[in-house]
Design a protein around this ligand. Structure first.
Ligand SMILES: NC(=O)C1=CN([C@@H]2O[C@H](COP(=O)(O)OP(=O)(O)OC[C@H]3O[C@@H](n4cnc5c(N)ncnc54)[C@H](OP(=O)(O)O)[C@@H]3O)[C@@H](O)[C@H]2O)C=CC1
Ligand SMILES: O=C(O)CCCC(=O)O
Length: 468
């Protein structure tokens, strides 16, 4: 039985570092420490918690280049994107440092003169987070920051492919003065650590970003101890380009959405629906841009698209492309690979497919790769029907300059995120999250701290109603 995780650079297949796997006993001991430290941490006043979070954010920023380099080495994303992710990660810490000071309660007018009613918020307790490999920094901080801001203690298990960024972020939290038992990191295989987390009575909340099947399992396994849960799961984002859309804007924003992190994001454009009158022009313009993308090692400054994370991800992407071609799709560019199973690297060249239909896997499942399937529609009703015909409900995009079309699409699309003429809706100040099988709860914005809080009310009776 192996005792380490081999962290592999997906651009070269070379070992970056070995990370020790924590034993079940070590994880349970970490959980107990997190539980014990909760009382103390919850008591610290909100301004002090905010100060420590701000210091953590500043400490991360002071180490930005080093963190970004580690992120690129373990995840393969282009260095410029890793640098951007460090900023994105600290934006959540900064946001929740401020929000911690605004966890207001309220009073309720009582139904008798002899009573007073006060409502307050308190932290849920020890929070366990399981994070994915596609955003190793931001997915951790957008869970850790609201947890700590609310007064919860926190324990995280990063993805086995990308533990190094998280380990570094936790070290920097200690450097910033956050107590060791308040934020902890444990490493191991998802199924093992996940079970220890869900079985523990000390963990009061599980927060997860990853695939829908694992999310469902965590929900089921959390039932025995009735944990709070937040689930940010898979997506299958439609892009609708209406007849009157600004075509250049639609092309540029679809491009931006699709190729971030080589298409390995849960909100990236997964199927593109273009009005039949402009589909040819849209596809040609997009192909022209896509052909310019340089695929390569993320450390190379020219690289715009890095490798896929691993063999499993590569196999899924290739199977979607092959299935589409078998069923009649045409390739406008791409459908080329530079992969070596023995050496362990998997590059997929950005691919555009047309003549796509809803029978193809690529139109039904999350692809997580740099592939753009384009299909056409003739009426908006038809576009909405295709867009909504999925079990997912995370992000959706549309392009139109007509406010009536925009209002109609916003109201009809069953997605937690609806993005109008905008390919990048992510930000720390907005409620990110999905409907249907894309998840439960929201991360970011004022909504993102709610899942870390319990509501408690105090009913005071016996208050004299006459002269005192
Ligand atoms: N919403 C999103 O942002 C993401 C969506 N996905 C989707 O999922 C697909 C598969 O990616 P994959 O990496 O396998 O996703 P997973 O859901 O398997 O991995 C995400 C996290 O969950 C952990 N995990 C895995 N199995 C369990 C388990 N039984 N109990 C508890 N935790 C577990 C993983 O740990 P470990 O790494 O040790 O397995 C990792 O930390 C992708 O192609 C994509 O479609 C993937 C990642 C992020
Ligand atoms: O893909 C994901 O799981 C993370 C969402 C990225 C974002 O916040 O934009």
């Amino acid at each position: 039985m192996t005792t380490v995780l081999h962290v592999i650079n997906p651009a070269t297949g070379e070992l970056v570092e070995d990370v020790k796997i924590n034993s079940e006993e070590q994880i349970k001991a970490a959980i107990e420490r997190g539980h014990r430290s909760f009382k103390q941490w919850a008591k610290i006043n909100a301004h002090e918690r905010a100060r420590l979070l701000k210091k953590w954010s500043d400490t991360i920023q002071s180490n930005k280049e080093e963190i970004a380099r580690v992120m690129t080495l373990e995840s393969g994303k282009p260095l410029r994107e890793s640098l951007g992710e460090v900023d994105y990660a600290t934006s959540y810490i900064d946001w929740y440092a401020e929000e911690s000071k605004r966890l207001y309660g309220r009073t309720i007018p009582a139904n008798t003169e002899s009573k007073r009613i006060v409502v307050s918020r308190q932290p849920v307790g020890l929070v366990a987070a399981i994070t994915p490999w596609n955003f190793p920094a931001a997915m951790m901080t957008r869970k850790a920051a609201p947890a700590l801001a609310a007064g919860c203690t926190f324990i995280v298990k990063p993805a086995e492919d990308t533990p190094l960024t998280t380990i570094k972020l936790v070290e920097l939290a200690y450097e910033a003065g956050i107590p060791k038992d308040v934020m902890q990191c444990v490493n191991g295989y998802g199924s093992n650590v996940g079970k220890v987390f869900t079985d523990s009575k000390y963990i009061r909340k599980i927060t997860f970003t990853g695939s829908t099947p694992v999310g469902k399992l965590l929900i089921k396994n959390s039932a025995d101890t009735i944990k709070h849960i937040s689930m940010e799961l898979g997506g299958h984002a439609p892009v609708i380009v209406a007849e009157d859309a600004d075509l250049d804007l639609a092309v540029a924003q679809t491009f931006a959405s699709k190729f971030r992190n080589a298409g390995q994001t849960c909100i990236c454009a997964n199927r593109v629906l273009v009005h039949e009158s402009i589909a040819k022009e849209f596809a040609e313009k997009l192909t022209e841009e896509v052909k310019k993308l340089k695929v390569g090692n993320g450390l190379d400054e020219e690289t715009k698209v890095g490798p896929l994370i691993n063999e499993k991800g590569f196999d899924k992407v290739v199977s979607h492309v092959e299935d589409a071609i078998d069923k009649g799709a045409q390739v406008l560019c791409g459908n080329e690979y530079n992969a070596n199973r023995e050496k362990g690297y998997y590059f997929v060249y950005p691919t555009i497919l047309t003549n796509v239909n809803t029978e193809m896997k690529i139109m039904q499942e999350e692809t997580f790769g740099p592939i753009v399937p384009i299909t056409t529609f003739s009426t908006l009703e038809e576009a909405v029907e295709i867009a909504n015909s999925t079990q997912y409900g995370l992000a959706s995009y549309f392009f139109t300059n007509d406010y009536r079309t925009g209002t109609y699409l916003y109201e009809q699309l069953n997605f937690g995120i609806v993005s109008w003429n905008d390919g990048n809706p992510s930000a720390a100040n907005v409620p990110f999250g999905g409907m249907k099988e894309s998840g439960l709860g929201r991360e970011g914005g004022m909504e993102g701290i709610e899942p870390y809080l319990e509501t408690k009310y105090l009913s005071i009776g016996g208050i004299p109603t006459g002269p005192y």
